[in-house]
Ligand binder design. Sequence first.
Ligand code: GLC
Length: 723
Amino acid sequence: MDNLPKRSDKEIQYNVNKLLNKMTLKEKIGQLYQQIYSNKYATGPTTTAKSIEKLIKKDQIGSILSLYDTKKMYKLQKLSIEESRLKIPLFFANDIIHGYRTCFPIPLAMSCSWNLDLIKRQAQISAYEASHNGINMTYSPMIDLVRDPRWGRVMEANGEDPYLSSQIALSYVKGYQGEDLSNYNTLGACCKHFIGYGKVEGGRDYNTVDMSDRTLRQYYLPPFKTCIDNNIAAIMTSFNVINDIPMTGNKKLIKELLKKELKFNGFIISDYNSSMEMINHKYAKDEKDVALKSLEAGIDIEMISESFINNLEELVNSKEIPLNLIDDAVKRVLTFKYKIGLFDNPYKNFYEDSNKYLLLKENREIALKIAEESIVLLKDNNVLPIDKNKMIAVIGPFGKSKNVNGEWDALSRDKDSTSIYDASKQYKDYKLKFSDGCDILGNDDSKIDKAVDIAKKSDVIILAVGEDKYMSGEAASRSNLDLPNIQKKLVKEILKLNKKTILVVHAGRPLILTDYESKCDAIVYAWFLGNESGKAILNTLLGFNNPSGKLTMSFPYSVGQIPVYYNHFSTGRGLTKENKNQKYISKYLDIPNEPLYSFGYGLSYTKFKYKNIKTNKKTFYNNESFIVSVDVENIGDYDGEEIVECYIEATNFSVVRPVNELKGFKKIHLKKGETKKVLFTLRKEDLAYFNIDMNYICEEGLYYIKIGSSSNKTIKTKIKFKP
Ligand code: GLC
């Protein structure tokens, strides 16, 4: 297809205003309504295909979500272009968060690769596949900061650090939106869920959120600001109440913060039926009040619920809301449709035989690469990689399971995924025997004995276990973060054999591994790695891939420790080696303060040594930068990748600051025996924080600069800042 004309913002605004002036009030309100083609989901109004088609013909619906049938999308677009008065194109949106048909690891897993280029590349592939199948927008990246693994949606997120999460968010946006939205192969990106959704009380989905303005701006806002500064097309609000106001009706945070202060010029869409849920929150008294509060807060498109199409016309005619609120929202929506080229070619995303763009070989190779880099080696008592002449028993349901794509898996299919068993067929000269021992869920223990018998005859046991994919994702909060009971029973019987055992865990969140840590010789975190899961895991266990992933979320020692995260405050009675036996210290009677595995932690088959950290100056002034350098040496027996992490610590500030703040990272390749000097250039902006007056500044004083392989394993130097 020919490239679409590149239209300047000025030209687009001219066209938008010209169209707006032709629109009736009903037609304007129609652009602010997004519905599922036929809504059979748990919440929201019941719609039918017929009812949607009727609205389309009257230009009273602007976009459709969660429709994957490309032919149906084409039919609806044709209806809109050929039978409506103004021929305004629809846009089609879906949740493509880790692949469309080619399935990549879940986002939390991909974040552990710390590989921004690969994350961008997988987003490009998702955009390539989806944009060849009728889709114009994805509800991704999910950029909620997460510190509570009881919340099932951590699987969609990028971890507990604002800096890393911002960098990753940018990779997604660039991958989806490309250089120009009107190009082919692009998707409009919609980051979510604004804001604070990851901090729901008790880790219970849809629950209440409360935080200071500083916490919000310092920790939860940065990834959204990065997306806004990089022209993301849309932002989705979250279900939760935040600071006593439901997010969907939160004018201070939507209109004042996003649209005015941060100058966000895309559109804001409410989450699924969340507008009407303001009645459940007891914040709106009826549907008309919902419409009023949502629009006044700055919601531009209402998803699923119908308060806008049922009430806005009356609210305008009765002068309860000014028309310009509607016009502003409509302009934002039409601007997106112009930018993505739908007015030039409403059929730009429809192709003959759209399936031929899916699951391309070169894209599966990218899926394998990012799956390998998402694996985190948590423990290895020198049993890995497994020697070729060993008898290997693969025990557990994830030996042969293809249930490895994780939730929010769009149009991907388990049958396209490789299990460990599938992958083993390419390793003919290895001796692997499989026995599942039990299912992922349920209580059928009848196969455990057979698994134990097979394990007894082996030299090394791979225990392939984990969560079912529906145990994480939306509405999947857990109070207990252990393996399913039947698998715990299997693991217990296998560990009694006292053989070399490698625990391979599939999960959508950090699980509590404390009981296994001391009993297993190695622990490999395999998340849900998507289509290439089995191959990535076996390549790693057999040494064809040297693991390099590092945790972006702390792994609690126990559920009782939650929330536990690396960038915590020191408190007035912080626990240290020296005072650990004193009573009046901030500590537990029964467990350590530290998580089992820290943010930034992950092992390799080789070893890296950090030395010679130094800055190029002792003091830096206002607009200067400074360089901190470190030598990293590969002192082990394998070539490998190392994520070099750079943290700062303010020694004093007008407010309390964390013991560690990630400010940079570099993923380097080191051959066995090789040393590389790694440099980070930092400025006062990198050392800034919201101070007592809520100004984001770097105050005068001494700052430690710490570089290392994990948030809890660094070497340090220091530098003074003088304004
Ligand atoms: C869901 C999710 C949101 C998703 C939307 C559309 O409830 O909260 O992440 O994008 O509905 O499917």
